[in-house]
Ligand binder design. Structure first.
Ligand code: GTP
Ligand code: MG
Length: 206
């Protein structure tokens, strides 16, 4: 997939601000600081279009990035950030849930997991919730560069088992640092996302 054009569109704080052009949307969900924004930057080969930080809880809005005038990546605020108050967390939950359940153009949710550690209780709850709502999920086990290659398969197995993923459900081992998994992920999105009629990522109609 050649990303010819990638632009930040809006930091939405409510449904009134979501784009109205009906382009397909691919959302990125995951724990705070797990590497969602870094993954977007790697996918679109930009250093810092999606804001990243070592300070968790930075992204608090739904951030829309339009790619090739063809679809959106939607960077969803991270969950599980301890310093957020209970009231804020409840508000966050409602906002995200409404988006994920009610958003018609949403075609896929990438659930980003840190491959170094077993999925947390929050990760498990998120995965169960997404499945409960029949959302099409691809699990991305990221930060692969942080563990030795000899341990990749063991860690991937722990991620699959802890989440209770059905056999054959997609999981991509990834690294935003090295670009590992990039082509596999693009290919998976291309074939599995329900793009607008007659179109594919490789062959979008002009
Ligand atoms: P929030 O917006 O706070 O929810 O965080 P986020 O999930 O968007 O994480 P972000 O992309 O900002 O990354 C958090 C930190 O992890 C940054 O310091 C990144 O450089 C680092 N990071 C992300 N992905 C990788 C990766 O694949 N490998 C390595 N080594 N570091 C990574
Ligand atoms: Mg972020």
């Amino acid at each position: 997939m050649k990303v010819k054009q990638a632009e930040f569109v809006i930091s939405a704080v409510g449904p009134g601000q979501y784009p109205e052009d009906a382009l397909p949307e691919i959302a990125l969900a995951g724990r705070s600081n797990v590497g969602k924004s870094s993954l977007i930057n790697r996918l679109i080969s930009r250093k810092n279009l999606a804001r990243t930080s070592s300070q968790p809880g930075k992204t608090q809005t739904l951030n829309y990035y339009r790619i090739n005038d063809f679809f959106y990546f939607v960077d969803v605020p991270g969950y599980g950030y301890a310093k957020v108050s209970r009231t804020e967390r409840a508000a966050w939950g409602r906002f995200i849930e409404q988006y994920l359940v009610g958003r018609e153009p949403l075609r896929r949710v990438m659930l980003i997991i840190d491959v170094r550690h077993p999925p947390t209780k929050d990760d498990q709850a998120m995965y169960d919730w997404l499945r409960h709502h029949d959302l099409p999920i691809v699990v991305i086990a990221t930060k692969a560069d942080k563990i030795p290659r000899s341990q990749w398969q063991k860690h991937v197995k722990i991620v699959r088992e802890t989440l209770g993923m059905p056999k054959g459900d997609p999981l991509v081992l990834f690294s935003s640092e090295t670009g590992q998994g990039l082509e596999e992920l693009w290919a998976l999105l291309d074939e599995s996302v329900d793009w607008n009629e007659g179109e594919t990522l490789e062959n979008p109609q002009e």
